[in-house]
Design a binder for this molecule. Sequence first.
Ligand code: MN
Length: 305
Amino acid sequence: MLYTCGHKTPDSDSIIGAIAMAYLQNQLGVEAKAVRQGQINPESKYILEKFDLEAPELKTSFAGDDLFMVDYNNYTEGPDDLKDANIVGIVDHHKLGGIVTSSPLEVWIRPVGCSNTIIKEMFDYHNIQIPQNLAGAMMCAILSDTVIFKSPTCTKIDTKICKELATIAGIEDFKSIGMEMFKVKSAVDGVSARELVLRDFKNFDMYGKKVGIGQLEVVDLSIFDEKKDELIADIKALKKEEGADTILLLLTDIMAMGSQILVATDSLDVIEKAWDIKVENDQFWLKGCLSRKKQIVPFLEPAYK
Ligand SMILES: [Mn+2]
């Protein structure tokens, strides 16, 4: 059995990508099953329900199993026993993260906005038809990862493939589905600060320092007006618990096109140097910032050097 699985704290690209990859492998005659390493977030739940897809089962140990990695290629975002798994393939759109394998493997990594964009290209390469509902879900994953084409990570290939998927799914107004999805993503009422901090959270090793970066993308930042103090207190607590040097929480306003960044750090000078800004009241505004991958990590990491 081949398992297809996205990264820890799975986002929609990881969840839908694992499903799409398992479907493709099955069509190619490989017995494959989509699984996940963590909780399904509200946005992914919305997509699964909308397109009548079954949620992947939870699986956190892969020792001795065949694994196709979806949407990541490093050990930190993988299962704890990833070194003991047999990695047969990787589909991803992130920087290389130091995976070592003992056998040859299939690797599809390209600098596009979403792993599902690449998976669609894999379907085309193998000449396999994508079912209507799966195409709709893959379209949503692209709209999510590219912030409805606004993110600097979005390429012409992503928009082209997203439109092709919309056509297969029989969806005309895909942008309004994208907005509906981000409204679901924006729901913060009745959700604990910790759950919000960890909803889309990634750990990084930056020159020996542990750095955690969470991101919440919303259609209107004012929903955080009453929650911000609580969120700042929580990232400070999380920093201690994790023995991290820095925890950042990006509150990204996809309409205003920028991020209010909450900061808990032992290296204030590094943060201020990274973007040439001043942190006041444990936060700062980063104009134009929509992408952790392109506008946060490549600035913060070298500042630690
Ligand atoms: Mn992705």
